[in-house]
Design a binder for this molecule. Structure first.
Ligand code: 3DU
Length: 213
């Protein structure tokens, strides 16, 4: 099977359910993203358990946004638990982001997918792209709900820095449009984990993504 460009946003609370969905969908995924709901509901041990269950990389979507020392204290424990990537906010400044990057592979939020992102984040996206170009993280987060913004971010971002896009499915974004705009990976949560048949939903999105690869 061709390498997937689909990331599952596994935003459930319960450990058993998370492991079951991960197991069912793993064939169609590039990575699994865990966010606060699952970490709060199941504890940090869910990270090594998911890795063991699926063999896939785990992205910890903590959206870290604190002073360098606190970012370092949090990121240290999460990388130690086995996370392969951590998502951090860029707006707190380069020293806070660097504190995470010193410990492991990092993904910087340069824009978000919800309507409110227009208020504060979008006006500083250019500067967040500059930050990413300077620090060269593994990737950046950009909104699948606005393919034109993904195309803009791609046009300004150094080649080699990956674009990961949440917002496909439940938030209205379309996989094909966002991949055409230049996204490297799409992130899908509810359309997979809340469907009656998560494996079949993941397969359908995987096929759609593959058609664009
Ligand atoms: O809307 P979905 O259920 O497909 O989940 C999207 C996931 O991506 C979820 O974990 C959310 O917290 C995260 N995310 C965004 O949706 C939008 C962003 O700009 C950044 C992260």
């Amino acid at each position: 099977m061709a390498e997937s460009r689909l990331i599952l946003a596994l935003d459930v609370y319960e450990r058993e359910r998370a492991l079951e969905i991960a197991r069912e969908t793993a064939d169609y995924l590039w990575a699994i993203k865990v966010n606060w709901p699952l970490i709060i509901g199941s504890g940090l041990d869910i990270i090594p358990e998911l890795k063991e269950e699926t063999g896939l990389p785990v992205i910890a979507d903590l959206k870290l946004a604190d002073i360098p020392n606190t970012n370092r204290l949090i990121a240290g424990k999460v990388f130690e638990a086995g996370a392969d990537y951590i998502i951090a906010h860029g707006f707190v400044g380069s020293d806070s982001v660097e504190a995470v990057m010193e410990l492991g592979k990092t993904i910087i939020v340069v824009e978000m997918s919800h309507p409110g992102a227009r208020e504060f984040i979008q006006p500083v996206t250019d500067r967040l792209i500059e930050l990413a170009n300077r620090l060269e993280p593994f990737g950046v987060i950009a909104p699948a709900t606005r393919p034109e913004r993904v195309a803009y971010i791609r046009s300004k971002l150094k080649p080699g820095i990956k674009i990961l896009t949440p917002g496909v499915g439940a938030q209205g974004g379309k996989a094909g449009e966002v991949l055409k705009a230049g996204a490297d990976y799409i992130i899908v949560g509810r359309s997979i984990y809340a469907s009656d048949n998560p494996r079949e939903s993941a397969r359908q999105i995987y096929e759609e993504v593959r058609a664009w690869s």
